[in-house]
Ligand binder design. Structure first.
Ligand code: GTP
Ligand code: ZN
Ligand code: ZN
Ligand code: ZN
Length: 266
């Protein structure tokens, strides 16, 4: 569901959870100019802006409920966002193997159709729940709220939420997480922070992944980091390889320090 018309409402499937939503009518939509940055047959620009505000407003209420739920339990929730294939699940499985003896961990996996990623995570022995969004291009606060009912992460644990691979829509939807972590792989090109500024603006941490491939690429790491800081001067940057483990200890330090902060004053 984009903010344009909510056309994929009703397609969400959460493992172990029945929750039907009505889809009022079948509509097609395409995108165009105007204040709504979109157009749909029969809808004025003003009406579309109103719809977008309603969708985001409702999402923010669900996200606030989730955030309160996390904070009451000392749970650190991290929302992992990236384009498809940047290495979110690979990074997560390695992270879980390395941290599961120190920290309580669980995972909500978002993607459009398959349960592959949740199965990859469950092989590590930690709890994982798949949310399929159907045609939807991002997780939203409502889906995460329902996933929490089934997943039931333990108090004082770390919950990773792997969002749908998409550098655009997940930026707009607060899930109640403490931080968005954007994963960018070096094979995607150094200009991505400029092309998708909303995502890099919304994230507190950028993980530059697949650095083991740098010898084979013309990727300019410094330029990429400069671009990211141009859209978000405060963004922290870590350079890692999820497959070789290079640089990954900084990521673990960041998780542990951020987790400790979540325990203070809660
Ligand atoms: N060389 C190299 N390959 C990596 C690294 N991390 C992930 N990959 C590979 O990149 C591909 C995609 O990795 P995934 O972990 O499935 O990516 P993802 O972000 O979870 O993908 P989606 O869930 O589809 O968005 C796989 O073939 C991984 O083996 C890395 O650090 N170095
Ligand atoms: Zn979208
Ligand atoms: Zn994945
Ligand atoms: Zn509901």
């Amino acid at each position: 569901m984009c903010t344009v018309c909510g056309c994929s409402e009703g397609e969400t499937r959460i493992e172990g959870h029945q929750h039907a939503h009505q889809h009022p009518n079948e509509q097609t939509h395409d995108y165009g100019a105007g204040p709504a940055h979109a157009h749909a047959p029969g809808l004025s620009q003003a009406r579309m802006v109103q719809i977008e505000q309603d969708i985001l407003g409702k999402n923010n209420e669900y996200a606030a409920t989730n955030r309160r739920w996390f904070s009451e339990r000392g749970i650190l929730a991290l929302n992992l966002v990236s384009s498809p294939g940047s290495g979110k699940t690979t990074l997560l499985t390695r992270t879980i193997q390395d941290l599961k003896s120190d920290l309580g961990l669980s995972v909500i996996e978002g993607d459009q159709q398959t349960t592959n990623d949740a199965e990859r995570i469950r092989k590590t022995g930690v709890k994982a729940l798949q949310v399929n969004t159907g045609k939807g291009c991002h997780l939203d606060g409502h889906m995460v709220g329902h996933a929490l009912e089934t997943l039931a992460p333990e108090d004082n644990s770390v919950l990773f939420i792997e969002n749908v691979g998409n550098l655009v829509c997940p930026a707009a939807f607060d899930l109640g997480e403490a931080h968005k972590v954007v994963i960018l792989s070096v094979t995607e090109g150094e200009d991505k922070p400029l092309k998708y500024p909303d995502m890099f603006h919304a994230a507190d941490l950028m993980i530059l992944n697949k650095i083991d491939l740098l010898p084979y690429l013309a990727f300019d790491t410094d330029e990429c980091i400069n671009y990211a800081r141009r859209v978000n001067p405060g963004i922290k940057v870590l350079q890692v390889s999820a497959t070789t483990g290079e640089g990954i200890s900084s990521w673990y330090q960041w998780i542990k320090a951020t987790h400790q902060l979540a325990q203070i004053g809660g």
